[in-house]
Design a protein around this ligand. Structure first.
Ligand code: ZN
Length: 187
């Protein structure tokens, strides 16, 4: 049995306007003005071509596009890429759904400090496959586990991780307090 898809064979995971993609955020106007809504194509975990969207800082637009093209070339699959508004701005819900995203006007988990995500300067990729691993062994999101050999999963020296590092991004897998394996940011 064969599934039908659109004329181009691409499955559309997200097709928002910029206004939809930032609706209800607490971000101030000056932050909103520095953001761009990108349309991105990627290989899905189902092996099919998908199109999604990501809201990023305008200065990082070209690099994020490059990195997505690289992931596609390497056949590195993504769960989905949908702006976090779809999850009511809940990072937990977005992570649990293995959603890749960038902008979310929020604090760093457990602090009163704005995250780099608040400015669209951080990108999370496949957070359920690349969870946060705390020193005490706890893993977030709940129910996730890290299987470094599985498709869509990062580990030290992975070509996608290297590509981010070469462009001057940090990888959360290198953070000292905990390993945030899905997180990349650039200040
Ligand atoms: Zn992150």
């Amino acid at each position: 049995m064969r599934e039908e898809s659109g004329p181009a064979g691409v499955i559309v995971d997200s097709a928002m306007t910029f206004g939809d993609a930032v609706a209800g955020t607490a971000a101030p106007e000056e932050v909103l003005q520095s953001l761009r809504l990108l349309e991105l194509e990627y290989l899905g975990l189902d092996g099919r071509d998908h199109r999604g969207q990501m809201v990023v800082q305008e200065a990082l637009e070209a690099e994020v596009r490059d990195l997505f093209r690289l992931m596609e070339t390497l056949r590195f699959p993504l769960g989905r890429a949908v702006p976090v508004v779809r999850y009511g701005w809940s990072d937990d819900a977005s992570m649990a759904d293995n959603n890749s995203s960038a902008f979310n006007y929020r604090f760093v988990e457990g602090t009163a400090r704005l995250s780099n995500h608040a400015f669209g300067r951080a990108v999370d990729i496949n957070p359920f496959l690349n969870p946060v691993v705390y020193r005490d062994g706890r893993i977030s999101p709940p129910g996730a586990s890290w299987q470094p050999e599985a498709p869509g999963t990062f580990s030290e020296g992975h070509p996608v991780v290297r590509a981010f590092l070469e462009r001057g991004w940090r990888w959360g897998g290198h953070f000292s307090a905990y390993a945030d394996l899905h997180h990349f940011d650039k200040i």
